[in-house]
Design a protein around this ligand. Structure first.
Ligand code: GDP
Ligand code: ZN
Length: 311
């Protein structure tokens, strides 16, 4: 039987079968990711083949190949990685121009992480009800900037119910995670989309805040209009990026397109001659803010503040 992992707490998984039934399951045998020693072989979001056993539980027989996964390197000395969640269709990034102010740097870091993990980002500009006229101008500029890079952008107000039907539509039949600064409206959005679900998510979020940092209990939830969300603290802050900085420009979509114009194929786009990206910057094909955030991330790459921007 095929099912999907909704919850994982150590050795037990909660697997939802295609008929809607939830079954506690155990993992037996070895499931290995190539080249990675992971503490948890099966993660929330995984599709698995299971077999029922006599006591009414199930055993995972097979892991169906993942489309993508979020991974966090372990902080202890075991050198094992932790798979936070898998098969995520999109990360919904809640951006607020004020209360709190989301910076372009924060946005670009999350977009870059999402690209590195092969997850499609969608930008929702929340709290538009708070914006004065000249702030509406800045909203339009920001939306245009990211639309030009190639991202879907929507202006919403959770409080006033503006464009929530659009949000529902873009979440339907997909597995999403919601990211953004503390205070940007993540809980309010979940509550507005499905009030029943809000309570459940709150319960685990509170647990995370007090909880042990090395343990992650990610959980997936069904929304009543036919969508899934995955909640983990790692995803909320997206502070899990661990990419090689020589590849950083691959995760800035508009820069990726220009890489073949660089004279040197190991160009880092900083002060090398014949750099296609700097040429793109002069020609306006790469926005200044994006290029400067590229440099910031490049410089910070190995530092602690690069991990965990939310809490
Ligand atoms: P979270 O930390 O991202 O989960 O943010 P919350 O959902 O707790 O929201 C933080 C605050 O922003 C709460 O007081 C919400 O009522 C408020 N809020 C959320 N969405 C909107 C909005 O669209 N407009 C306004 N004015 N306030 C909002
Ligand atoms: Zn270059």
């Amino acid at each position: 039987m095929k099912g999907r992992v909704y919850k994982s707490t150590g050795s037990w998984l909660e697997v939802k079968l295609e008929n809607g039934e939830s079954l506690p399951c155990k993992v037996k045998g070895k499931f290995r990711l190539k080249g990675i020693r992971s503490t948890n072989p099966i993660a929330v979001g995984d599709w698995v083949e299971i077999e029922r056993v006599d006591d009414g539980t199930g055993v995972v027989k097979k892991l169906i190949p993942r489309n993508n996964y979020l991974i966090r390197k372990s902080v202890n000395l075991s050198h094992r990685a932790q798979i936070l969640a898998s098969n995520i269709d999109q990360v919904i990034l809640l951006v607020t121009l004020k209360q709190p102010e989301t910076t372009l740097g924060f946005i670009d870091r999350i977009l870059c992480s999402a690209e590195a993990f092969h997850i499609t980002p969608v930008l929702l500009f929340n709290k538009i009800d708070l914006l004065e006229e000249e702030e509406m101008g800045r909203l339009a500029e920001w939306m245009e900037l990211y639309e030009q890079v190639g991202y879907r952008c929507e202006a919403i107000s959770v409080e006033k119910g503006v464009n929530l039907d659009v949000v529902k539509e873009l979440m339907t039949d997909k597995t999403s995670t919601i990211s953004g600064h503390s205070g940007a409206g993540k809980s309010s959005l979940i509550n507005a989309l499905d009030p029943n679900l809000d309570l459940k998510v709150k319960a685990i979020s509170t647990y995370h805040k007090q909880g042990v940092h090395t343990t992650t209990f990610a959980e997936m939830f069904d929304l009543d209009f036919g969508a899934q969300i995955i909640d983990t603290p790692g995803i909320r802050g997206f502070g899990v990026l661990d990419i090689d900085r020589s590849e950083l420009s691959h995760y800035f979509l508009e820069m990726r397109e220009l890489l073949s114009d660089c004279k040197f194929n190991n160009c880092q786009h900083i002060n090398e001659p014949g750099c296609g990206i700097k040429k793109g910057l002069v020609e306006g094909r790469v926005a200044e803010s994006r290029y400067f955030n590229y440099l910031d991330i490049y410089e910070e790459d190995k530092s602690e503040n690069y991990r965990g921007t939310d809490y």
